[in-house]
Design a protein around this ligand. Structure first.
Ligand code: ZN
Length: 237
């Protein structure tokens, strides 16, 4: 079983009734319930207001893949917890950063850039699968549409990705690298753009399938470990 922790700051759902109507149990539940029913994945949930912000050493040490949704409270995540998460990624934990997590402290730290982008509310998006042979694209059509989504547009200030698996096109004319992968240390990272809280994006079957595929892709192998700095003697003299 892949041990997944779905972490959500869980503030919009508590403060905006329109968001709660779309996600009565929170965005984390909508994603986690799909993952839990998809086979081979055990799901736990954590939220910003949990003890230790849901990111205790014990929880992280027992997490294979962390799914992260945050937006309005990025600044409240403690630097200590950011350090914990980044260390775990370097040691092999997978990270799936969703939508506005592009500006999370964790994702920015792992990228090393501003992760700034263009944005505009309420646009139709067509997502294109540009690497159909990629494991994250398994069973995903060549393109599909989200009738309402927040436009995220280029330039997106990220380091050049290892792979661009999905591209987004918006009815307003912009394009975006909507699904990108990185490796950091022993860890695998997938950033996926869809998921603005005001639209029912995490009820879309293709979006959920991509997140599930990404979890399986990002799960660490048995030999995943942090590479330590050592000072060995010479093998030959
Ligand atoms: Zn948004």
């Amino acid at each position: 079983m892949i041990r997944v922790l779905v972490w959500n700051e869980y503030r919009h759902e508590k403060q905006q009734p329109a968001v709660a109507d779309i996600y009565p149990g929170g965005i984390h539940r909508a994603i986690g319930e799909y993952l839990g029913e998809s086979g081979g994945i055990s799901v736990r949930y954590a939220c910003l207001d949990d003890p230790e912000q849901g990111l205790s050493l014990d929880i992280l040490d027992n997490t294979d893949v962390l799914v992260w949704w945050g937006h309005m409270a990025h600044g409240e995540v403690t630097d200590e917890n950011v350090e914990r998460v980044c260390r775990r990624v370097n040691a092999g934990m997978g990270l799936i950063a969703l939508h506005s997590a592009h500006h999370s402290k964790v994702f920015r730290r792992l990228c090393g850039t501003s992760c700034n982008l263009k944005w505009r509310h309420g646009d139709r998006e067509r997502l294109w699968t540009v690497v159909p042979s990629h494991p994250i694209a398994l069973g995903v059509p060549e393109h599909f549409e989200l009738e309402r989504e927040e436009m995220y547009g280029e330039p997106f200030d990220i380091p050049t990705p290892d792979e661009v698996v999905f591209m987004g096109w918006f009815a307003g004319g912009e394009v975006f690298r909507s699904g990108v992968t990185y490796r950091r240390g022993a860890g695998r990272i997938f950033y996926f753009q869809p998921g603005h809280e005001e639209y029912p994006v995490y009820h879309n079957g293709n979006v959920l399938k991509i997140i599930g595929n990404a979890v399986r892709w990002a799960a660490p192998g048995e030999n995943a470990a942090m590479i330590e700095c050592t000072n060995p003697g010479a093998l030959e003299v």
